[in-house]
Design a binder for this molecule. Sequence first.
Ligand SMILES: Nc1ncnc2c1ncn2[C@@H]1O[C@H](COP(=O)(O)OP(=O)(O)OP(=O)(O)O)[C@@H](O)[C@H]1O
Ligand SMILES: [Mg+2]
Length: 339
Amino acid sequence: MIGASTLADAMIGTPIIGEPILRIGGLRVTFHGDRGAVRAVDGVDLEVHRGECLGVVGESGSGKTVTFLATLGLLPPPVRVEAETLTWQRIDLRALSPAGWRTLRGRDIALTMQDALTALNPALTIGTQITEVLDAHSDLPSTTARRTRAAELLRLVGIADPPRQLRAYPHELSGGMRQRAMIAVALACGPKLLIADEPTTALDVTVQAQVLELLDSLRAQLHLSLVLITHNLGVVAAHCDRIAVMYAGQVVETGPTAQVIAAPAHPYTAGLLACLPRLDRLDAPLAPIPGRVPDLTHLPPGCRFAPRCAKCTQGCDQPQAMRALGAERAARCHLAEAA
Ligand SMILES: Nc1ncnc2c1ncn2[C@@H]1O[C@H](COP(=O)(O)OP(=O)(O)OP(=O)(O)O)[C@@H](O)[C@H]1O
Ligand SMILES: [Mg+2]
């Protein structure tokens, strides 16, 4: 638990990147619906290291959210979740009891959802939503102490006039303020890892930048590890140490952000980069990736990106495994070469 006095001041420091704290190996998630079984996540391997910011990027429907919902045990049966490895520090999440999950989600890992308006309870004030978390997960002895902590948390996330905003309902806040409030609720349990799912969708560009700056600063102040889920490779480039690119339920490239951006190994990553506007070349035409993300019930037999790939050639009709490209990088493409 973060101590009240330590929230804003004593924990200042640069994040130290260390050993893996969350390990996901061979994760598969299958939904059963009218159209039969849909495998939304198919063999995802990911690690989050202590103190790092991992960016998870990919087009809509690539399985970013489902990966982390499944990891946090938030997809109960009949959704089928299978994994070869799923560990938080030394805890095997596959064997966790309901009480164990409550403790883990309350104390170690927090998730902010894609849509702040639906993630926050519309019927409760921001103050009540924060104090509910504190009631369940803190050892603060009194209502007054919990109210004081709630106000501190709002101040920490940059919400002015906390006493007034604690009494506000989610719909009374602007989009950016709602996002900040949701981050405050997530931080109330003093997590070691924050998973921020699309923290800036639906916000205008200036507010987006402010929320991302806030996450950067919280990460440094609280020694948080951070997973930033986004569509936007530009956001990842500016804020993340490492990147995992997802396509059609699989990770297709991982590596240190600077290296991946400088020389993407997978044609899909290269395609995402070519879609980004460049301030230094405003006249340069943007090159959208042709075609569409495949229907998960009708996947191509080989590489899932092959039908959209300009480099498609012999061998791409075979399923692709992740290939290590040196110590830190890997890509799911037989054409990828170590830099
Ligand atoms: N409850 C569900 N039932 C059936 N299919 C689902 C369910 N939730 C997600 N899916 C499917 O799983 C796939 C991955 O969804 P997911 O929400 O993880 O994508 P995403 O990468 O987070 O996309 P976005 O960027 O739009 O948030 C999609 O094809 C989606 O339709
Ligand atoms: Mg999502």
